[in-house]
Design a binder for this molecule. Structure first.
Ligand code: NAP
Ligand code: F7E
Length: 321
């Protein structure tokens, strides 16, 4: 069972589990216009159930009906700037939503294994470099704060009730399926638009922020591995290499044969009230215990994303013409 199956990670995880022979159920919240484009190619192979992290009864009912072996809680309000606009709702989804999932599992069948999607945003103003499972948290946004609650309530249900509950502390991971508002996809989509003559500039915020960016397809493998161990535990998942937004921009424009300095503008409106300046993760525990290694590095990730946006927009531009 996957909450957030229609999101970036949910779509890659559903593919991985189907390839392994799992029956996959996705929990989707009702909306007037379905948002299932990332899993359109899987719709005849997964079953979807209506449910919402805000609604305890819907979660209880679905868990009761399906009785999954593994439950991946990926649903969240995941865009950091939006968390300043809607801090209470962010907490309802990302903090109490996790408690609702854990309660549903505890009450219906405490034997269900559960994965919680925690985040490197919990490290915020970092207390040590690189960050490990033992690094103290110092979140810098309502999103980061809400994820700290989600992390600790997962640990607490493991320790209080003996649930097999894992928290994956995942650093930024990207793909051609990343939402257009996140910086990697905003840049690769912008590069493709400029290259195809559909735009003449790209506005960005802080070019100095550094992130440890990996490929989402690699990271969902780590989620699955965490639920296959003898004992539940928490793991950092990261590449161990950090780049600045400026380096991301250079790589993406460079891949399309463009000089980024001619097209990129900075807009103070895109700066955040409090920034996370530099993240870099140490995934040696995941390497040692799970045998997990990322396969896709930064340059390949960026070129994969630029090529995908060029293909998508090139096709669309061609159809319009
Ligand atoms: P995403 O693309 O934003 O997907 C989030 C999914 O959650 C969407 O399918 C969304 O459905 C669903 N959702 C939101 N609120 C919900 C609710 N109240 N009830 C049910 N479903 C709801 O996020 P992602 O990048 O795949 O990330 C997956 C998880 O990992 C998130 O928890 C995120 O915070 C965490 N995380 C992500 C990263 C990263 O770099 N990607 C790193 C660390 C942690 P709608 O289509 O209805 O909006
Ligand atoms: O920003 C800077 C921005 O929005 C990365 C989520 O998946 O990963 C993600 O959170 C950096 C920040 O991701 C723009 O200031 C500059 O320093 O791509 P982002 P994020 O905030 O790191 C973590 C691990 C999660 O858990 C989250 O769910 O890029 N930046 N200019 C910009 N960012 C955006 N979005 N847009 C810009 O124009």
């Amino acid at each position: 069972m996957i909450t957030g199956i229609g999101g970036q990670d949910g779509s890659y995880l559903a593919e991985l589990l189907l390839d392994k022979g799992y029956e996959v159920t996705g929990v989707v919240r009702r909306s007037s216009a379905p948002n299932l484009w990332r899993i359109e190619h899987l719709l005849d192979r997964v079953s979807l159930r209506p449910g919402d992290l805000l609604d305890q009864l819907s979660l209880m009912r679905i868990v009761q009906d399906v009785r999954p072996d593994e439950f991946y809680n990926l649903a969240a309000m995941s865009f950091v700037p939006a968390s300043w606009d809607q801090p209470l709702l962010t907490g309802e989804f990302n903090s109490q939503g996790v408690t609702r999932v854990l309660e549903a599992i505890r009450q219906v069948d405490p034997g269900i294994r559960v994965y919680q999607a925690s985040s490197s945003e919990m490290y915020g103003r970092v207390r040590e470099v690189p960050q490990t499972e033992l690094t103290p948290f110092y979140p810098r946004s309502p999103y980061g704060v809400s994820k700290v609650f989600g992390h600790y309530i997962t640990v607490n249900y493991r320790e209080s009730y003996g649930l097999y509950a894992c928290s994956g502390i995942l650093f930024n991971h990207e793909s051609p399926r990343r939402g257009l508002e996140f910086v990697t996809r905003k840049v690769t989509d912008g590069v493709a638009r400029i290259k195809l003559g559909l735009a003449d500039h790209l506005s960005l915020g802080n070019l100095d922020a550094c992130r440890d960016w990996g490929f989402a397809g690699d990271y969902v493998q780590a989620m699955w591995m965490m639920l296959q161990q003898d004992e539940a535990d928490d793991y950092v998942i990261a590449t161990g290499i950090s780049h600045s937004v400026r380096q991301l921009v250079e790589a993406a424009f460079g891949h399309a044969g463009l000089d980024w300095q001619r097209y990129v503008r900075t807009d103070p409106a895109l700066l955040r009230p409090a920034e996370v300046d530099h993240l870099i993760g140490d995934a040696s525990k995941a390497r040692r215990v799970l045998g997990w290694e990322p396969a896709v590095g930064f340059d390949r990730l960026v070129s994969m994303m630029v090529d995908a946006d060029l293909a998508r927009l090139g096709g669309a531009a061609g159809r319009v013409r």
